[in-house]
Design a protein around this ligand. Structure first.
Ligand code: PHE
Length: 339
């Protein structure tokens, strides 16, 4: 019995000595094998115990085993951190990776694009930094027109602006295609000097242009109605209001029926908080002015067309009931996560 205790003391001494002289992780690994392996010293000691031995000896051997385990793992950790390795506990639960998603504005642009593609429109992109001709003069906007007032337009240089609408794409598309038919949807960035709950200095418009033989207002109405029903819902209606643009004749403002009061302007007996009148303004449209067709190299006696230019942020705001357009550009994750 005494000899077993002696053996335990001997192994402890030997281990302490071994531990002092090992510092590399390989050396520590082999100590692990030497003392704790299946054929190791601790196991052999266990195996050598007679069946009816003093339980205290078993306890002592277990203590020794724990002692060796603790010392070895301490030493290993020290060795690894000296070697520049990080000690990783692979059993700790991982930190979940946040999944990204498309920005609501990108989602809206993609949705608009796909609705118009369904009607055979082709997606275009035209310059944001634009010359006076495409942006204004060629669209029949003379030098003294208020739309060119520098209160709204950013001037980059003489006769060069940050385009304030996507209508510059009309002339560019005509020049590019040279002949009818044209069926384009130009979605791009536009810039105006404005900043409030429904305006930002940079925003997006989508501009439709259709030119062919015998295009008339009913085509404009049909396309508008199709878009509105696809984007806002099948129960929404559209109406035209007379308006004025230099580059369309006749010109209209297009309204869509309010989704809350269904175009009645009333919720019960009180007036609808969203629209007050039953209708919400979508944006401008009209039949392409003959002068514009001519400026694009087309003959107004042989073809006609319609155009519209509506705000991307605006339709997103109208559909989602956003109170402040500036939220779209705030990069606030709590807002973005809702889309
Ligand atoms: N460009 C006009 C605007 O920004 C919209 C428009 C486009 C009107 C095409 C008529 C035709 O307000």
């Amino acid at each position: 019995m005494g000899t077993k205790f002696n053996e335990i003391v001997e192994i402890t001494k030997e281990f302490t000595q071994d531990l002092k002289t090992s510092s590399l992780s390989d050396e520590i690994d082999s100590l692990n094998l030497k003392y704790l392996g299946r054929q190791g010293k601790v196991n052999s000691l266990f195996k050598s115990l007679p069946i009816k031995s003093d339980p205290k000896i078993g306890q002592q051997i277990n203590h020794l085993k724990k002692f060796i385990q603790t010392k070895l793992s301490e030493k290993l950790e020290a060795a690894l951190s000296v070697a520049g390795h990080q000690v990783i506990d692979v059993t700790v639960p991982g930190i979940p990776i946040l999944k990204g998603s498309l920005h609501p504005l990108t989602q809206t642009i993609e949705e608009i694009e796909s609705i118009f593609k369904g009607l055979g429109f082709v997606r275009r992109r035209y310059p944001e930094v634009e010359t006076d001709w495409y942006y204004a003069e060629g669209l029949n906007i003379p030098k003294d027109h208020p739309a060119r007032d520098d209160q709204e337009t950013f001037y980059v240089g003489e006769n060069v602006v940050l385009t304030a609408h996507t209508s510059n794409g009309q002339l560019r598309e005509m020049e590019y295609k040279k002949n009818p038919p044209i069926k384009m949807i130009n979605i791009g960035k536009t810039y105006r000097r404005q900043f409030d709950a429904s305006h930002t200095p940079m925003f997006h418009q989508f501009e439709g242009l259709v030119i062919d033989k015998n295009i008339n207002i009913t085509h404009l109405l049909g396309v508008t109605d199709y878009f509105v029903k696809q984007y806002f819902g099948p129960d929404r209606r559209t109406r035209l209001r007379p308006h004025h643009f230099q580059f369309t004749e006749p010109s209209f403002e297009i309204d869509i029926s309010c989704g809350l009061c269904q175009g009645t302007g009333l919720i019960g007996k009180t007036s609808c908080k969203i629209c007050k009148s039953g209708w919400l303004e979508l944006g401008g449209a009209g039949m392409v002015h003959p002068l514009v067709l001519r400026n694009g190299g087309f003959n107004p006696d042989e073809c006609s067309g319609f155009a519209f230019g509506w705000g991307v942020e605006r339709v997103l705001m109208m559909k989602s009931g956003l109170p402040d357009l500036r939220l779209i550009f705030s990069d606030d994750i709590r807002f973005l996560n809702q889309f």
